[in-house]
Ligand binder design. Sequence first.
Ligand code: SF4
Ligand code: SF4
Length: 267
Amino acid sequence: MTNTEAVEADIPFRAVDDIGLRVPYGLTVDPGIEAKVKLFAGIMRAAGIVLAAREIAADPSNKLNTVLSLLKVLVFGRAQQTIDEQIAAAPRLGCKSGCAWCCYQSVEVTIPEAILVAAQLLDPADPRRTAVLANVKAFRGLDERQRRGTGAPCAFLVDNRCSVYDDRPLMCRAMMAPAPEGCHAVHAAALAGKPLPLVELYAVAQYFILGDQSGFRGILRDMGLQDDLVELTQAVAALLEEPTLIERWLAGEHIFGPEFAPPTLEI
Ligand code: SF4
Ligand code: SF4
């Protein structure tokens, strides 16, 4: 179904052209798949803004819960559907609990994804708080290649498992590979300061999940909230250090500047 057909069929649709649609590295985009990713993103945006308006009209003080519920139910739910379909169709899947070579890189997230993770670290005695702050300090000023070269894992990786698994960001959900060896080879090359080899990932599933990210950013934009992508560890550290940031973000303030942008990786 094309975008036009969806609108004609009265499926609520709001394009994400103002947000843009990111393409996984190395994926040659098939126009049919691109149209489908845009369609799903547009349907999510339209549905999300209707739901948000309804919830906030019923209880204006409930804005944060509304946004986080949309993220967990609508956006993560849609991503899970993609993952389930991918797993059902995949000839091989290397991902399993305890495999974490993909957890040694920066993670780009929307602000609500960072809030969701930060909410798990409210206990001042939680050792992950120290790990987050240590990572921020260690990675300051590094580009993505240098960051990976430190060999330091994500601060939320505990005993080789994601300690925020149910709330893990979209980009973490989007990492799916037929075999762990390719992911390990990238990690080993980064540690050795060598050129990073291409890794075989399920890029089409990743593309759909990037579409979910665009749709969600569209919802945030339509709500008048900053929708920029930020680097997970840095954003969580800032949210922990300055709890008023969330209220200010909900009030429409642009709380994260360009220094919070995820580092890019030149291959
Ligand atoms: S993407 Fe690679 S490193 Fe990550 S869980 Fe899957 S196989 Fe393991
Ligand atoms: S949030 Fe979890 S899945 Fe994502 S990089 Fe960190 S440990 Fe890995």
